[in-house]
Design a protein around this ligand. Structure first.
Ligand code: SAH
Length: 349
């Protein structure tokens, strides 16, 4: 680690902001020593904001039917060999009942952009979910919808919305998405979600095809300025039935370094150690937490559909990623000095 790198990390830890060019320098110059240094400061920042606690969210993958054709994604419309499924509202409610009994107080409904899930269906589901599971928070991660739809979902009681921006560079966005998808529209959705009072999460993939250090610097600057409540980042991992099948996966080391930088820029942010990170690295969740993350999202989907929500090759959904194995997760967090808490885990922003 050079003196300059150390200096930049320290500045970020105190000023919570850097020029975009300095973010780029950090991304280009990072080495193991810099990562360890940033991680130490990031852990301190997370501990000051949240204590040594880890929030858990029960992830329910409600449908892998999607109208979009994102080039990186295994459930893209153009994947003809993907075996499609859609959970019924009753099945989804059952997942939350099981999760509530296990100690989950936040449920994340994620899925492809499946038009079967109309506002009417989702609003009724959100209301029931909240009635059945007292005090729980509901997070949605269902892609781009109209402002009117987001308004209705919010009015029905949805608390949070995750919509990764995927890349803050419009040209890079165009390299990851088909022509009919719009960078401006995605960014507008994020701004709308914030304005409507959702705890809002953005995020991006690390090492996606054609991504440069300059792109990542732009992502970091965007995250700094947008001030999201949550931010999901994980390595890009190729999927065998997508145009990016032969592209290399992103790096776990760089992902962890970026987690640390994001924690330093926004000490109060909710930052998950993602499934993608643990899918490329055996102790990915532990490494994520030790880099400044404070959220883990175990899989609560019904066992018979888990293999079908295959966003990328070898996506983990069983073993340590399964919500049913919470005991194991608790032990693993204990082993690194962290406690899983039964809590909604709201943002402190
Ligand atoms: N349809 C929703 C949910 C998408 S899946 C939406 O548009 O927001 C959730 C996230 O998985 C995506 O935002 C993307 O960042 C990530 N993802 C998709 N394919 C991936 C891949 N091949 N490798 C790593 N992450 C991927």
């Amino acid at each position: 680690m050079t003196a300059e790198t150390q200096n930049l990390i320290e500045t970020l830890a105190t000023a919570h902001s850097l020029p975009q060019s300095d973010y780029q320098r950090l991304v280009e110059a990072h080495d193991d020593e810099a990562a360890a240094f940033a991680a130490g400061l990031a852990r301190q920042a997370a501990e000051k904001a949240y204590g040594r606690t880890v929030f858990i969210r029960g992830l329910i993958e409600i449908s892998n039917i999607c109208k979009n054709d994102c080039l990186y994604c295994g459930i893209r419309r153009g994947n003809a060999v993907c075996s499609r499924y859609r959970l019924t509202p009753e099945e989804i409610l059952d997942c939350t009942r099981e999760g509530y009994a296990l100690g989950f107080r936040t449920f994340v409904m994620q899925g492809g952009e499946d038009s079967w899930f109309t506002d009417e269906v989702l609003c009724a589901l959100i209301r029931k979910m909240k009635a059945v599971n007292p005090g729980c928070a509901v997070t949605l991660s269902l892609g781009e919808r109209s402002t009117a739809s987001y308004e209705r979902l919010r009015a029905a009681g949805a608390d949070r919305y995750l919509l990764r921006h995927e890349t803050a560079d419009p040209v890079h966005y165009g390299a990851l998405h088909p022509r009919e998808m719009s960078f401006e529209h995605r960014m507008n959705c994020l701004r709308t979600l914030r304005r409507l009072g959702f705890q809002t999460g953005c995020g991006f993939m690390v090492g996606s095809p054609r991504q440069t250090a300059a792109h990542i610097a732009r992502d970091l600057k965007f995250i700094e300025e947008f001030r999201p409540h949550m931010c999901g980042i994980g390595p890009f991992i190729p999927h065998k039935d997508t145009p990016f099948r032969d592209k290399p996966a992103g790096s776990a080391d760089l992902t962890c370094f970026l987690l640390s930088l994001i924690r330093l820029m926004h000490p109060n942010i909710l930052l998950p150690a993602t499934t993608a990170l643990s899918s490329v690295e055996a102790n990915g969740r532990e490494r994520g937490i030790l880099s400044g993350a404070n959220v883990i999202m175990p899989n609560l989907s019904p066992a018979n559909v888990r293999d079908k929500y295959m966003l990328y090759n070898n996506k983990l959904s069983s073993g340590p990623e399964a919500a049913q194995n919470l005991r194991d997760l608790k032990d693993r967090m204990d082993a690194i000095g962290y406690k899983i808490v039964v809590d909604r885990g709201d943002s402190k922003l």
